[in-house]
Ligand binder design. Structure first.
Ligand code: MOS
Length: 751
């Protein structure tokens, strides 16, 4: 079974927020954003905007009936700036007008004067000035200070990684429709319907039951709509309730790129100590997370960085420290991997530097230190299975990595201006929200009297195929044909208190809730079938729409069973709640068991660098991925390929450049993401038998882990560059753009 959205998408039938037929009286919102990174608003004159034709109203902080506060984890972010501005692109005024163009023209006509104040863009400078979002956090295992002495080799260094634009196809958007009695319904392009509901209620001073949020699907999100869809929905709702007509917000691509947050840039220091045989004895790192001007999800992302500090490796002595640094840039936010890629890049940089210092191969250090069953993570959890080692060994054997390395050396020996490189990248990714309370989901399943089935859950379909997986779970559990089942839109009326669809856990948790609901429906139907067939309840089952007794098909059909159950007044609706069992975490002691399980895999990445031009090609990526028993193999392959290529983009060509806090790379001509020509040949082998407990129907989460295979591209390019310039020390500065490659290959001294 494949993703059922593919057909409607390719035929252009799927509706996104911007495609919803305009309701009567629809108006459009646009915002006036701060043109400076930091300052005090000394004059704000909205009268020129209000006087323009087509303008229905002009909204400032003073027009907000409730709290002017959209912060989630930390309440530090106004919806509309009130006196102070903290980044270029921060909304100050919202204009509602008859057309999007009129609204934007009016916003531009507003008189605005800002007295600029000094701005900070660098996270280390922010930390030095004491500008932290939350207190510094440290995770520790063993005794790192005592361990250095026992090491034969200790190396220290720094690593930086850049941000990343989500570039979802569908830009931020929302449509708010006023309902009777002061209620509002919001069609929002959000991963977090309940967050939109909660914050709209807070800002508009309404109870949450006056706000309904519905999401049909998103045109991509990648984390960019976990928190940052909210302000656009709240602005639409604010306008709609003020004016009593529907209001839509829809960012242009340029607005979206300039005004919304991206993946956090990190600047980090590391120190690693090894024995002569390659055993890593100690690892220490400090992460300076560039959080931007507001907390957004930064503290949670910081936590996931800490939890993934040592990547796929066991290190007995660890101390990692993380600082979330407030700067004058748009608030950086969730992006596939959620802080883990940044930390894993630092670990791989440390291994790379150690290998160079010791004159041994990176891959030998990697292999030597892989996590084994029973190993302890710095957050106190023990690894349940041997998946890290198994995936790595399988990659080395299946794809003959040693032969690839030999071939690369041969090639480099006979080619002067073209060099090849190869790197292996292991991934170990913890599944569950690190905030334990978010690990809950719910489902509402109806069986209608004709035997068709309707499934609502908390999960938001964003192209990741969660609906296909939920449908597979329902079909499998009920035993009916998938064509009978419809997975509905996500609505806060049908499923309340939804956790965001994030942390790779949407299918796991909502699938599990669906399974529970379907099982309870079956438990009600089977006695009816047993009675009709004159059999024992245990002998009765549903499979392929047929009612079986003792494993044999009977003359009783699913439709007849459902109808009879209805006439006997059996409840054909079930609501179920799922809470991930066992997990817990204590932030005081920084110890616990925050993850339900881990996903493992390894990739081998091969590249060719043109040493005259600095350009490169990612030739081939071969992956062994521990996927468990897939609920939909085609969806999982798509997630693996998409995540991998997005990860390659992050460490190679995707470069965000800011000048005085203003994003220079705000078009697709200046911000390059991988296209089909940049996409390597990808070979993926899925390990189906997970050797540790996994999620619903023994499947494993797939959304985020494959992104981190892309990190291998950075080290493969570094490997090729080292063949051309063995004298130079690598800088560990991602993304490794062709420009940086050229400077490395032909620059002077160490970089
Ligand atoms: Mo995802 S980056 O946890 O929205």
């Amino acid at each position: 079974m494949s993703n059922r959205e593919v057909g409607p998408h390719t035929r252009g039938e799927s509706l996104f927020v911007a495609d919803i037929p305009p309701p009567r009286g629809l108006l459009h919102a646009a915002v006036l954003a701060s043109p400076v990174p930091h300052g005090r608003v000394v004059r704000l004159d909205t009268s020129p905007a209000a006087a323009l034709e087509g303008v229905a109203c002009v909204l400032t902080a003073a027009d907000i009936p409730g709290a002017n506060q959209i912060g989630g984890i930390v309440q530090d972010e106004p919806l509309l700036a009130d006196g102070q501005v903290h980044y270029v692109g921060q909304p100050i005024v919202a204009v509602i007008a008859t057309t999007p163009h009129a609204a934007r023209e009016a916003a531009a006509a507003i008189g605005l004067e800002i007295e600029e104040e000094p701005a900070i863009f660098d996270p280390r400078q922010a930390a030095a000035a004491g500008n932290l979002i939350v207190p510094t956090r440290t995770l520790a295992l063993g005794n790192v200070d005592a361990a250095w002495e026992s090491c034969d080799q200790v190396v220290e260094g720094s690593a930086t990684s850049g941000g990343q634009e989500h570039l979802y196809l569908e830009t931020q958007s929302a449509l708010a429709v006023p309902l009777e009695s002061g209620r509002v319904k919001i069609f929002s392009a959000t991963q977090a319907p309940t967050a939109v509901q909660r914050i709209t209620a807070r800002v508009l001073d309404l109870p949450m039951n006056a706000v309904e949020v519905e999401v049909a699907r998103l045109g991509g999100a990648f984390g960019g709509k976990e928190d940052q869809a909210t302000p656009w929905a709240v602005i639409a709702a604010l306008g709609a309730l003020k004016l009593g007509v529907p209001v839509r917000t829809l960012l242009s691509r340029g607005e979206d790129m300039r005004m919304t947050g991206k993946r956090h840039p990190y600047s980090s220091d590391f120190k690693i100590g090894l024995r002569a045989d390659g055993t890593i004895l100690a690892y220490q790192a400090t992460y300076y997370q560039n959080a931007g001007a507001a907390a957004d999800l930064s503290p949670a992302i910081l936590e996931r960085s800490l939890f993934h500090a040592t990547g796929s490796y066991f290190v007995p002595n660890v101390r990692v420290t993380a600082l979330s640094c407030r700067t004058n840039l748009p608030p950086f936010t969730a992006f596939r991997g959620f802080g883990a890629p940044q930390a894993m890049f630092v670990m791989e940089a440390a291994i790379s530097k150690a290998a160079r210092a010791m004159g041994i191969d990176r891959v030998d250090i990697q292999r030597h230190n892989l996590l084994s069953k029973g190993d302890t993570f710095p957050y106190g959890m023990r690894l349940a299975g041997g998946g890290a080692r198994r995936a790595f060994e399988e990659v080395e054997a299946r794809y003959d990595v040693a032969a690839s390395r030999a071939a690369v050396q041969d090639f480099n020996g006979t080619h002067k201006l073209t060099k090849k490189g190869v790197a292996v990248m292991p991934v170990c990714f913890g599944i569950s929200f690190t905030s334990t309370f978010l690990n809950q989901a719910a489902a509402l399943v109806h069986i209608y009297t004709d035997g068709s089935v309707s499934v609502s859950t908390a999960a938001v379909e964003m192209g990741q195929g969660v609906n296909a997986k939920i449908l597979a779970v329902a079909a499998h559990t009920l035993g009916v044909d998938p064509d009978r089942i419809r997975v509905e839109t996500t609505s806060t009326l049908r499923v309340a208190n939804t956790s965001p669809t994030a942390a790779s856990s949407g299918a796991d948790m909502n699938g599990a809730a669906t399974e529970i609901a379907c099982k309870s429906l079956l438990d009600r139907l089977r006695p009816v079938a047993a009675d009709l067939l004159d059999k024992k309840v245990e002998a009765v089952a549903v499979a392929g729409d047929r009612i079986l007794a003792g494993g044999k098909e009977t003359e009783l059909s699913w439709e007849d069973l459902v109808w009879t159950a209805y006439t006997r007044r059996i409840n054909l609706s079930a609501q179920a709640h799922y809470a991930t069992p066992r997990i817990h975490y204590d932030k005081e002691t920084e110890q616990g068991e925050p993850f339900a399980y881990h996903v493992f895999g390894s990739a081998v990445v091969e590249v060719t660098v043109d040493c005259l031009r600095g350009t490169y090609k990612i030739d081939r990526v071969r992956v062994v991925h521990d996927g468990g028993r897939s609920l939909d193999p085609l969806v999982d392959l798509g997630q693996l390929e998409g995540g991998l290529v997005q990860g390659i983009g992050w460490v190679t060509m995707e470069e965000l450049l800011f000048c005085d806090g203003r994003l220079l790379t705000d078009t697709l001509s200046t911000y390059k993401i991988p296209d089909i020509l940049c996409t390597p040949k990808i070979e993926a082998h899925f390990l189906e038998v997970a050797d540790e407990p996994a999620a619903v129907l023994r499947s494993k989460a797939i959304g985020e882990p494959p992104l981190m295979y892309g990190i291998g591209a950075y080290f493969a390019i570094e490997d090729a560059c080292a063949a051309f310039r063995p004298d130079r020390e690598p800088a560990f500065d991602a993304p490794m753009t062709p420009e940086k490659v050229l400077l490395f290959l032909h620059g002077e001294g160490s970089s």
